[in-house]
Design a protein around this ligand. Structure first.
Ligand SMILES: Cc1cc2nc3c(=O)[nH]c(=O)nc-3n(C[C@H](O)[C@H](O)[C@H](O)COP(=O)(O)OP(=O)(O)OC[C@H]3O[C@@H](n4cnc5c(N)ncnc54)[C@H](O)[C@@H]3O)c2cc1C
Length: 448
């Protein structure tokens, strides 16, 4: 079984970092990617600038691998866009990994060889079986000694409906809805929003990005209107850490979005829990909240309410997930945005990411389930620990060291509702003590 590869699902930043880690330790990675390029999900938000600088989004093992090629290191303190991240890092990294990355192949199921979920015998001796479908529709089965699911959450965005289900009428209004930040540099997309009334739903980094982009359009295109629909009772700390945010680009974004509000470029509707979208013959919509508020004459809605993991193809592996976050149970209390203030993301590695199914790990964005506060550097540390564990280096696997910037956009995807009268200081990260909010996190001794 040790000759079998470690299969990694997804050639995103974390999947590719996992492959680099495994290769460095002499193990055989095989990355299965459903898209035709590295970072297929990142490519869907090419136009968005990261709030992290280059030095924070390059995995250490990946950097070491790339340095054996003709790769040109990006300027560490500059901020890439999604497009830069793909072109200047993910694509060269996939190229350096060569045939360890297989594109145009979707993982459609994972199981234990010859056994469904009910069978106990052989779960720790038989390899894992990965069912895949190629772009031409043909299906196949691969065997693996371990699986790291780094497939992200991009393809399963949360709906506009506040109950986690599509709002009544949401499906039939699909053509007027966008579940990602619109790329207004594209003339066709710009045309769709210019002079129109757009509702933005969500309270995280993406919502702020959309506000800034549409506010800029509103200055140029007369008649452009923006309404920001928030579930919470007030804007509160939604604009993040501002000048004291440990990720300065993210702080600046909050400041610019806040300026758009001050300049009167958008209206804010609070305590708005979307229940329904009513469409009329003219093609405009009325978005209706649970408490009877109505946003009238809406042309388009940009729904940025976060993401959820797709667990549908994991039905035959034994998972232990937190019932609220859908993240590994061991990890959930460490990342739960309902419990922690920003900046209190604790270090975690293979132990917290392991599942009852032997040698099956969740990593990257997907390992956070519905929590909105994932950072790539956390994922890089996760896969370093998993690779060390699989290589038998338990000392290194258990020594998780990570310094994380304060997560200034606490409230990320609007997971929690913040009462209007909540004192500002309760936001932790967004209050006046940023230095205290940074956690210097050393030596994860969990389970030792
Ligand atoms: C707009 C935006 C901005 C962000 N900015 C930052 C930032 O500034 N700093 C930061 O640290 N983090 C940021 N993040 C968060 C996070 O770092 C990124 O989302 C990152 O891309 C997550 O990496 P990942 O590898 O876990 O998942 P993804 O990048 O989503 O990669 C998953 C890959 O798996 C593939 N896949 C999915 N399902 C399957 C399947 N069944 N079979 C095969 N392949 C599959 C997908 O095609 C994709 O290529 C941002 C996220 C978003 C959405």
């Amino acid at each position: 079984m040790s000759e079998l590869p470690v299969v990694i699902v997804g050639a995103g930043p974390i999947g590719l970092a996992a492959a680099a880690e495994l290769r460095e330790r002499g193990l055989r990675p095989l990355v299965i990617e459903k898209g035709s390029v590295a970072g297929s999900s990142v490519a869907r938000w090419n136009h968005v600038r990261l709030f992290s600088q280059w030095s924070e989004v390059i995995a250490p093992a990946a950097q070491r691998l790339l340095q054996t090629t003709e790769w040109v290191t990006p300027e560490p303190e500059s901020y890439p866009t999604g497009s830069d991240w793909s072109a200047e890092y993910l694509s060269p990294l996939a190229a350096a990994l060569g045939d360890a990355v297989q594109f145009d192949t979707e993982v459609i199921g994972v199981a234990r060889r010859g056994r469904d979920r009910l069978v106990d015998a052989g779960r720790d001796t038989e390899p894992l079986s990965i069912h895949v479908r190629s772009a031409d529709g043909s299906e196949d089965r691969l065997l693996a000694r371990a699986v790291i699911d780094a497939s992200g959450t991009w393809s399963t965005p949360n709906p506009l409906g506040s109950e986690g289900l599509p709002a009544i009428g949401e499906r039939s209004a699909a053509e007027s809805l966008e579940y990602r930040v619109p790329d207004l540099a594209d003339p066709q997309v710009r045309e769709r929003y210019a002079g129109k009334h757009t509702v933005i739903a969500g309270a995280g980094h993406s919502a702020l990005t959309a506000i800034v982009a549409l506010a800029s359009l509103a200055k140029d295109a007369p008649g452009t209107r923006i309404t920001w629909a928030l579930r919470r009772g007030g804007v509160g700390t939604t604009f993040g850490g501002g000048a004291s945010d440990q990720l300065p680009a993210r702080g600046t974004l909050g400041i610019r979005a806040s300026q758009a509000l001050e300049d009167g470029l958008l209206s804010v509707v609070t305590e708005f829990r979307t229940a329904a979208i009513e469409s009329d013959a003219s093609g405009t919509h009325v978005i209706v909240s649970d408490n009877g508020q109505r946003i009238e004459a809406v042309d388009r809605a940009v729904v940025l309410t976060g993401f959820r993991p797709d667990l549908s193809w994991l039905s035959e592996v034994r998972l232990d997930l937190d019932p609220t976050l859908q993240a590994p149970t061991e990890m959930a209390p460490l990342i739960d945005p309902n419990v922690h203030s920003c900046g209190t993301i604790y270090p975690h590695g293979f132990r917290e990411l392991s599942q009852p199914e032997p040698n099956f790990f969740l990593a990257g964005m997907k390992s956070y389930g519905r929590a909105p506060n994932f950072l790539a550097m956390t994922g890089y540390e996760q896969v370093r620990s998993i690779a060390a564990h699989l290589a038998g280096d338990q000392e290194s696997a258990g020594r998780v060291e990570l310094i994380l910037p304060e997560t200034g956009v606490c409230g990320g995807a609007g997971v929690f509702d913040e009462p209007e009268d909540q004192p500002e200081s309760d936001g932790g990260c967004c209050g006046a003590e940023p230095a205290e909010a940074i956690r210097i996190l050393a030596s994860n001794t969990a389970g030792q």
